[in-house]
Design a protein around this ligand. Structure first.
Ligand SMILES: Cc1cc2nc3c(=O)[nH]c(=O)nc-3n(C[C@H](O)[C@H](O)[C@H](O)COP(=O)(O)O)c2cc1C
Length: 560
């Protein structure tokens, strides 16, 4: 307790603004200032109200410091304090001098300078002199803390901007709450931040409310997870980020063990654009789709016939909407992921990200396994639903007849058991990640330079129209894409006369990669025998095309 008192004493204000006007009012400590404002949560964040106890300013180029500012805001809310986040781009000196506690979370950029959004704040603070500040009596009552975010690879200018702000604020007479935090993206920025944040709360005098912040989140959330699931990350709601450049950041973070994307191709694969989807076989029992994709940038993308295309499908928007409605998620909400300390972690989706993107791109929402049903059972509020889910989870025959054979989707299951209530955070630990699908390419690059063709076996057409039953994710995915393409063309044609609009392909592009395959044709004079059914025809089409290119005298015998 004496440590706390010491810490607390060291950051107490001599006088806050209101008490300065009235000498008879006793000075308030930082904790008292916070306490005065307890209960007035500012969830929307960035609008700073005059009575805000703490304003968090961030200077960020690619979003890391912005994300850390969100984390601090979230912690403050948990502790019940009024808090606001402000982009330094919107820095207003008139507001600033009235704010009693300012926290800066700032990254350093080129030559140790400010980030772009902090440029005019940097200009302002550099223009302030100690003498002027004393004369005008500004900043003297302000308390501040700085977390500098940088990279020790920039040895000479490591965290220079953050350090400069810390020194200058001190020089201008503001009271330093704790020493400048030194975040290093070259080692473990998250850990550096967590340590600094712990010290900040300790300095503020609240460390008796919890252990450390991340530890606290882990303990409180664990109880809500299914018994055999470990919390790997928590999810916080954030405002639309100023900069979303997760891919770039992730590449730079590759060295940090705990921060590798579960699959980095999510973020930087050059896209293919859907050209056409046709049924080459369509009978009531089975069907084969032929899909032609156009290569967006032929300089970055090449393949050989019969190579493997690794494709990342998406759930339909209708599916995401139905799940969001059933579970009361807000599709347009941005969420940020916070890794739990000391738990090995891989990014399941870019962070920040909208709930819509998470549900459509990064989680498998078509099929439901018995394991998923077992976990969901723990969140059903009505006995009837609970019993049914537990039966489906434990009885394989019942699962087969009611789920597997009927192709019941996650949406269908949520409709069947409407009392399931689950938070987004838990949902994202219960539902499996989206897995890539592998297809043999059925075309030859030399023949069709900008095209990739696929032959895909799918269930019959009709099933795709019903989101409560899945007809295989891939068939539904390509059907959806072709609808989006038709809409984009119709829109472009409608607008063409007045605006000369071209087709917006962004809505019907596909994220995919190529893996080399072992299927190769032998020398041109060597006979080939190929036997295939259904979509097994795909590699043959590619190999035949290759033969066509390599020989002028092709003799073809086809037996159907
Ligand atoms: C072009 C460039 C210049 C940088 N210069 C410095 C520097 O001089 N000192 C430093 O500590 N970090 C430097 N960094 C590292 C960034 O500060 C670090 O990656 C930071 O975490 C980025 O945060 P942000 O996402 O909030 O912009 C630089 C990064 C880039 C890309």
């Amino acid at each position: 307790m004496s440590i706390l008192t010491n810490l607390f004493g060291s950051v107490s204000l001599r006088k806050v603004r209101s008490s300065r006007r009235n000498p008879s009012v006793a000075p308030m400590s930082l904790r008292e200032q916070f306490s005065m404002n307890r209960g007035h949560h500012n969830h929307s964040g960035r609008e700073v109200s005059p009575q805000s106890a703490m304003v968090i300013y961030f200077g960020s180029q690619t979003g890391r410091s912005e994300a850390l500012a969100n984390r601090l805001n979230q912690s403050a809310l948990k502790y019940g304090y009024v808090c606001a986040i402000k982009d330094l781009y919107k820095f207003d000196p008139d507001d600033f001098v009235k704010e009693s506690i300012a926290i800066f979370i700032v990254s350093t950029y080129i030559n140790g300078g400010a980030t772009d959004n902090a440029a005019h704040f940097n200009f302002w603070i550099n223009a302030q002199t100690e003498a002027e500040s004393a004369k005008k009596n500004i900043l003297r009552a302000q308390q501040y803390a700085v977390f500098a975010s940088g990279d020790s690879k920039y040895a000479d200018t490591f965290n220079q901007f953050g350090i400069a702000i810390d020194n200058k604020m001190h020089l201008l007479g503001a009271k330093r709450i704790l020493p400048c935090g030194m975040g290093d993206a070259n080692t473990n920025l998250d850990m550096d931040y967590a340590t600094w944040e712990g010290s900040l709360w300790q300095a503020i005098g609240t460390h008796n409310l919890s252990l450390s912040l991340i530890e606290n989140a882990r303990l409180s959330k664990r109880r809500m997870l299914p018994t055999d699931t470990k919390l790997q990350f928590s999810v916080i709601e954030v405002l639309q980020p100023r900069s979303i450049d997760f891919g770039t950041r992730l590449k730079k973070q590759e060295k940090a063990k705990n921060h590798i994307a579960s699959n980095s191709v999510f973020f930087d694969a050059p896209p293919l654009i859907l050209d056409s989807v046709d049924y080459v076989v369509s009978d009531p029992k089975s069907a084969v789709l032929r899909v032609d994709l156009t290569i967006d940038d032929p300089t970055k993308w090449t393949y050989q016939g019969a190579d493997t295309l690794v494709l990342y499908p998406e759930n339909s928007l209708a599916t995401a909407e139905a799940i969001a409605t059933a579970l009361k998620f807000k599709l347009s909400q941005y969420v940020q992921l916070i890794p739990v300390a000391n738990v090995p972690f891989k990014h399941p989706f870019p962070s920040p990200c909208t709930v819509q993107d998470i549900l459509t791109k990064y989680y498998e929402c078509a099929t439901v396994s018995q394991a998923v049903i077992k976990n969901l059972a723990q969140y059903s509020k009505e006995t009837k639903d609970n019993d049914l889910l537990n039966q489906l989870a434990s009885d394989s025959i019942m699962y087969k007849t009611k789920v597997s054979d009927t192709k019941l989707s996650l949406v269908g299951l949520l409709k069947l058991c409407p009392s399931i209530e689950i938070s987004l955070e838990v949902f994202l630990h219960v539902i499996p990640f989206m897995q890539p699908r592998y297809f043999t390419i059925a075309s030859l690059h030399q023949l069709a330079l900008a095209t990739v063709s696929l032959c895909i076996r799918v269930p019959p057409k009709e099933v795709f129209n019903d989101i409560e039953h899945h007809g295989g994710l891939i068939g539904g995915y390509f059907t959806d894409l072709s609808i989006k393409k038709e809409k984009a063309i119709a829109y472009a044609q409608k607008s063409k006369t007045s605006l000369g609009t071209t087709v917006d392909t962004s809505q019907h592009c596909v994220q995919a990669l190529v893996f080399p395959s072992k299927f190769r044709v032998g020398p041109a004079d060597c006979p080939m025998i190929m036997i295939a059914t259904s979509s097994g025809f795909a590699p043959m089409r590619a190999l035949l095309q290759e033969r066509l290119v390599s020989t002028s005298k092709l003799q073809l015998l086809i037996h159907l």
